[in-house]
Design a protein around this ligand. Structure first.
Ligand SMILES: Cc1cc2nc3c(=O)[nH]c(=O)nc-3n(C[C@H](O)[C@H](O)[C@H](O)COP(=O)(O)OP(=O)(O)OC[C@H]3O[C@@H](n4cnc5c(N)ncnc54)[C@H](O)[C@@H]3O)c2cc1C
Ligand code: FES
Length: 270
């Protein structure tokens, strides 16, 4: 019998408020089973009696059986998740999808560009790099948020700076902000890369992609060395319902991380 739609139980161990809209959940599968994810993969999370939605895993598989999700409250399921407390249970299906290019990136330099909530899936990869630092070359992280109060994982920025360069920007500053102001692409002139040995990865709101990709091209990074994370409305997460389809691709199964060269000719992709 096909059991792909049957969730496993996971207990919420900790809930941390990161911003007004985002909470960080630490969970463990019942029985202490390891989730077995790769950075960039997602799970379908169910809140019983409410519904199910896809959420990226934002912790690294190198950190034991507990795993984390950073959830922005936007609608039915995510608001219901925000009301849950440590000790409560959710359902988990997955991990699903194709994550970041862990193997292809080995021995290469990395340029990582995160916009807003895009830092959540990338954090999984960034922690993975921290735990396997000698496998990777130079690492540059660009992270842009709309406002200082929307910066996620503020207390980890210095750790991120520990693995390479981490440049932060906000679209609009406030009286407390002394850092860079401007959209994420305004950080790019501060970055120099060797395009022949750099893998560029970007995750952020769709509007960001067109502009950040132009910057990657200006730096001379070839299309087949650029990866984008395409999030689409999803239901099943396993290539059955067609909700996430772009042209011939099922984003849930063949993505959400794609090489730019694979999707550049699909009109609906970016
Ligand atoms: C692969 C993948 C990974 C994701 N990772 C995360 C994550 O790490 N953290 C996180 O907070 N969110 C993540 N999301 C988005 C999350 O799945 C949606 O916010 C969630 O489905 C909304 O469900 P809801 O029932 O709370 O909202 P609903 O009541 O269904 O909708 C509320 C509003 O959100 C919009 N919406 C619903 N689903 C999506 C979607 N998939 N993309 C864009 N807008 C949507 C609706 O159009 C509506 O305007 C991810 C989505 C995908 C596809
Ligand atoms: S979400 Fe159902 S096919 Fe992708």
């Amino acid at each position: 019998m096909d059991l792909i739609y049957r969730p496993r139980l996971a207990q919420i161990l900790e809930v941390k408020e990161l911003t007004e809209r985002e909470k960080l959940f630490t969970l463990r599968l019942e029985g202490g089973e390891v989730l077995g994810h790769q950075p960039g993969q997602f799970v379908e999370v169910s809140v019983f009696g409410v519904g199910e939605c896809p959420i990226s895993i934002c912790s690294s598989p190198t950190r034991g059986p507990e795993f984390q999700m950073c959830v922005r409250a936007v609608g039915n399921v995510t608001n219901a998740l925000h009301r849950l407390r440590p000790g409560d249970y959710v359902g988990i299906r997955g991990p699903y999808g194709r994550g970041f290019p862990l193997q292809e990136s080995k021995g290469q330099d990395l340029l990582i560009a995160a916009g807003g909530l895009g830092i959540a899936p990338l954090r999984s990869f960034i922690h993975y790099i921290m735990d396997n630092r000698s496998d990777y070359g130079e690492v540059t992280i660009l992270y842009g948020a709309r406002e200082p109060k929307e910066i996620l994982f503020k207390d980890e920025i210095s750790l991120m700076q520990g693995i390479g360069r981490c440049l932060l920007t906000v679209d609009r500053g406030d009286e407390t902000w002394e850092g860079h102001v401007g959209v994420i692409t305004t950080l790019c002139p501060m970055v120099t890369v060797d395009p022949s040995r750099t893998i560029a990865i970007t995750v952020g709101p769709p509007i960001m992609y067109r502009f950040i990709l132009q910057e990657f091209f200006k730096m001379g990074i070839p299309e087949e060395r650029i990866y984008v994370d395409l999030e689409r409305h999803m239901k099943c997460g396993v290539g059955k319902c067609g909700h996430c389809q772009i042209n011939g691709f099922y984003v849930c199964r063949e993505g959400p991380v794609f090489k730019y060269s694979e999707i550049k000719d699909l009109p609906e992709a970016i």
